[in-house]
Design a binder for this molecule. Structure first.
Ligand code: ZN
Ligand code: ZN
Length: 244
């Protein structure tokens, strides 16, 4: 951790909920933020209206943009470039939201927060979590079934070609095709079948591994670090509240 940043004391929070495997972020929080996003658009309509809305926000009327409360038990911070009613947020709410969404930037103004990101799951735990999701499990099962059927068909075809070589040679000679040509045609056929099998299995495996790996890499725990300016704002707010 660098010296110009300081970790802030945080209010007790419930443990971060795991992001839904395969979805990338918590949908219920999306709804919350999406509803609030319209307020931001209003806040950014013009510089004049922005100044007006900023002036309207007093210490008493400030509420957290996520939980919509200001109980006074935890200080509100303005950690990004959002203005107006969307400027303030509890640190614990923001961290919980960022953990659910597995990101460390404000999705409204795209401000990149100072944060430490650590992978939420190890490799094996990540695999278990991924397979625990019914949609992923169904996807794996259907792909496994396809792979098994394809393997059975490929093995069957290759065995028939090899065991029936003698028969094919005799039958081909009746219509004037030499033994050499029959062997060449059968060899090419087996190669095409095996190539098709390998390509299909590769595509099936890639179809499973890539989404899992993307989800696993992006599912992180986010721990915010305060920049000196935000920490100063908090101290100012604290002293104002103490004076009141
Ligand atoms: Zn809050
Ligand atoms: Zn923002």
């Amino acid at each position: 951790m660098s010296s110009d940043k300081q970790t802030i004391s945080r209010a007790p929070t419930e443990p971060p909920r795991a992001a839904t495997p395969g979805s990338g972020c918590a949908e219920e929080s999306s709804v919350n933020l999406a509803a609030n996003a319209s307020k931001v658009i209003t806040g950014h309509a013009s510089s004049a209206s922005r100044m007006q809305s900023t002036n309207l926000v007093t210490i008493g009327s400030m509420v957290c943009r996520i939980c919509q409360t200001n109980s006074g038990q935890e200080l509100l911070i303005s950690p990004c470039h959002c203005k107006g009613s969307m400027a303030y947020v509890h640190l614990s709410c923001l961290e919980r939201w960022l953990n659910q969404a597995s990101r460390c930037y404000c999705e409204l103004c795209m401000y990149q927060f100072n944060a430490v990101q650590t992978k939420r799951y190890g490799l094996c735990q990540g695999l278990k979590m991924w397979m625990r999701h019914p949609r992923n499990r169904a996807h794996i099962q259907s792909d496994l079934l396809i792979a098994l059927l394809l393997t059975a068909i490929t093995v069957g075809l290759v065995i028939v070609c090899l065991l029936g070589l003698q028969y094919f040679v005799i039958e081909a000679q009746r219509i004037g095709v030499t033994k050499l040509w029959t062997e060449i045609i059968l060899s090419v056929f087996i190669c095409v079948v095996l190539l098709g099998y390998v390509v299909t299995i590769y595509l099936l495996v890639r179809d499973q591994v890539v989404p899992w790996y993307t989800w696993w890499r992006q599912t992180v725990d986010v721990r915010l670090l305060l920049t000196p300016s935000v920490a100063k704002g908090m101290r100012r707010q604290l002293s104002k509240e103490t004076a009141l």
